[in-house]
Design a protein around this ligand. Structure first.
Ligand SMILES: [Zn+2]
Length: 70
């Protein structure tokens, strides 16, 4: 399975133009009525910053050694 093109623009929530006939579905048509079309000039949203996980933490899935009693 290939990565599907998102139906809506992540920036303006407008519907992106379909690439093929099968992209035009009833659900998509309803979205066009609600959100309209994306103008295609929206800047791509900034990718979320990658959080660096120290290898020490990434490898440990153990429970904490001391659990305070409630
Ligand atoms: Zn857009």
């Amino acid at each position: 399975m290939t990565a599907d093109q998102p139906i809506c623009c992540p920036t303006c929530k407008g519907v992106l133009p379909g690439r093929q006939r099968s992209d035009y579905t009833a659900a998509r048509g309803r979205l066009v009525v609600v959100n309209g079309y994306c103008q295609g000039r929206c800047p791509a949203p900034a990718p979320p910053p990658r959080i660096q996980v120290p290898a020490e933490q990434a490898g440990s899935v153990r429970q904490p050694e001391s659990v305070p009693a409630l």
